[in-house]
Write a protein that binds this ligand. Structure first.
Ligand code: IMP
Ligand code: MG
Length: 178
């Protein structure tokens, strides 16, 4: 195993089962609706590519790239759009797909922004939820797992752009990021 890894939290097999359960729920909930799945680059791409294959409905897939300003203690929640959507959300049932919710700043901004652009509904599917770190109140409809307030990598999540391709989810040793 990688030297930087403290603990493997979820194995490839765990993840596969959990994502399949999420897909079943989403399929039920979005039957006969106009589902648009929006992946937040880059962290969500692994989760999104697995999730959409267990959603048994037609979907429109799009991506956005955002970066949040300032520190984690900032509560103003200023978010900058680096890459906007290719398609309009107007009248569509939007499902934002995110790797992890930490402070909630990013998703708080995105929910608001996409609602104001005329989406019919906006919900969130987050693979991981770091609840303890939350500073903004966001309602997450679909959650894979709750994780401790550590630095998490793998399955799309990075530390300085590394570890995204680990097939499992793990916490990083503290000496790596502190
Ligand atoms: P938030 O706006 O504070 O909720 O930040 C969410 C974003 O921060 C996620 O999309 C991740 O890109 C990044 N992030 C937060 N916590 C972690 C972590 O533990 N590992 C990797 N990325 C993280
Ligand atoms: Mg990210």
């Amino acid at each position: 195993m990688n030297q930087a890894i403290k603990e493997v939290l979820y194995s490839e097999e765990d993840i596969k089962k959990r994502v399949a359960e999420m897909g079943i729920r989403i399929t039920k909930d979005y039957m006969d609706r106009d589902l648009m799945v929006i992946g937040i680059l880059k962290g969500s791409v692994i989760f999104l590519s697995d999730l959409i294959r267990v959603i048994n409905l037609p979907i429109l897939m799009d991506f956005m790239s955002v970066s949040s300003y300032g520190t984690h203690s900032a509560t103003t929640g200023e978010v900058r759009i680096l890459k906007d959507l290719d398609f309009s959300v107007e009248g569509r049932d939007v499902l934002i797909v995110e790797d992890i919710v930490d402070t909630g700043t990013t998703l708080n901004y995105l929910m608001d922004s996409l609602s104001r652009r005329g989406a019919n509904s906006v919900e969130i599917a987050a693979f991981l939820d770091k609840k303890e770190a939350r500073t903004c109140d966001v309602k997450i409809r679909y959650v894979g797992y709750e994780v401790p307030n550590d630095f998490i990598v793998g399955y799309g999540l990075d530390y300085s752009e590394s570890y995204r391709n680990l097939p499992y989810v793990a916490s990083l040793k503290e000496e790596i990021y502190k």
